[in-house]
Design a protein around this ligand. Structure first.
Ligand SMILES: *Cc1c(COP(=O)(O)O)cnc(C)c1O
Length: 369
């Protein structure tokens, strides 16, 4: 039982080790610091994670999503189907290109978009589906791709939380028209900040390369209007170090989750869909009782915890209608998840003693009133 001397277990712990520091210093000393050889090497190495798809590195996961929607030519008048139960970046990317997010509900088990809700949300204005592999669980890509093919829609996977997750053995980021990853410090691997777009379409990859760099392939031979969303070589060098660690960290996350699955009885542990490999960016339980009381109890026990996401995107201010009300969305599973979930620590830095304290604490907190 956690006593007053037990240390606080953080909900996440970004890793910046000696290897990352050495890689950063090596790049700084080299003088080639932006979109140079480290970025090229990172793109090539990351490609192995997504069945050899083209990889285009950018400065954040949000940029990856935004640039992909730009490259596909989407904008005002277009609708993109997204889950409301996600980080705001998913819908923000849609709005940033001037298109409209159409919010759909989730499956209660995986917390990812419900394919039936996706199919029901298609209109003549729909141009794309943006499934989010939330918490590291792959969305039902087999069914989502079938819907996309039937209606001739693009699929932009938000894989920001799911590096290495698979469905039927195929990796996320290798299903859709494009996959978008984030390398923010708390993700399963990081590059301080950074993002990657993955695609099988060479033409799309070229457009993305132009768009991230002012529309240039050759310097001052601008072909189109572009942005500056370049990745630095410092970021890429750190990302390369982290990528080499990813398989080991992923197995550690999965082993941690397995321990919590079999030792937590006081809360509802996260189910995993058939044929899915979950990479546990978050270990997210549902609390049946009073969630505020459960969170307070966990914190008292020194167990880091957080709610991702307490407010579904459709209830955030920028997505309310002009009179300040949520739009016409009916998202009961989204509302229920937002009210019930708590994420517990699952990161690879946890010790066996930490895991035991987390399970014990969750069982105590699950009954808190
Ligand atoms: C982190 C995250 C993003 C954005 O990535 P950044 O690198 O922070 O811009 C997008 N979508 C989801 C689901 C995320 O968790």
């Amino acid at each position: 039982m956690a006593g007053p001397h037990s240390e606080f277990i953080p909900p996440a712990r970004p890793i910046i080790g000696e290897a990352e520091i050495e890689a950063a210093v090596r790049v700084l000393r080299s003088g080639r610091v932006v979109q140079g050889p480290e970025v090229a090497a990172f793109e090539e190495e990351f490609s192995e994670l997504v069945n050899g798809r083209h990889c285009v590195a950018v400065n954040s996961g949000t940029s990856a999503l935004q640039l992909t929607l730009m490259a596909l030519g989407f904008g005002p008048g277009d609708e993109v189907i997204v889950p409301s139960f996600s980080f705001a970046a998913s819908a923000n990317a849609v709005r940033l290109v001037g298109a409209e997010p159409v919010f759909v509900d989730i499956e209660p088990g995986s917390f990812c978009v419900d394919p039936e809700a996706v199919a029901a949300a298609v209109t003549p204005r729909t141009v794309a589906i943006m499934p989010v592999h939330l918490y590291g669980h792959p969305a039902a890509m087999d069914r989502i791709m079938a819907i996309a093919e039937q209606h001739n829609l693009a699929v932009v996977e938000d894989a920001a939380q799911a590096h290495g997750a698979t469905l039927h053995g195929a990796p996320v980021g290798a299903f859709g028209t494009a996959g978008c990853f984030s390398f923010y410090p708390t993700k399963n691997m990081h590059a301080l900040e950074g993002g990657m777009v993955t695609t099988a379409d060479a033409e799309l990859a070229r457009t993305l390369r132009l768009l991230r760099n002012q529309g240039m392939e050759q310097r001052y031979a601008n072909e189109i209007v572009g942005a500056n969303m370049r990745m630095t070589d410092v970021a890429a060098a750190i990302g390369r170090v982290q990528l080499r660690q990813l398989p080991e960290w992923t197995e550690q996350r999965r082993a941690n989750a397995k321990f919590l699955d079999s030792n937590i009885t006081g809360m509802v542990v996260p189910p995993v869909a058939d044929a899915a490999k979950h990479v546990y960016h978050q270990y997210t339980v549902r609390v049946r009782g009073d969630r505020d009381a459960a969170q307070a109890r966990l914190t008292e026990l020194g167990i880091g915890n957080a709610v991702y996401y307490p407010t579904p995107i459709h209830r955030l201010k920028p997505y309310l209608t002009e009179d300040g009300k949520p739009g016409p969305w009916e998202l009961p599973e989204t509302e229920r998840a937002a009210a019930e979930v708590i994420s517990l620590p699952v990161h690879p830095s946890l010790s066996q003693a930490d895991l035991e304290r987390i399970a014990e604490g969750a069982n105590l907190a699950g009954g808190a009133r």
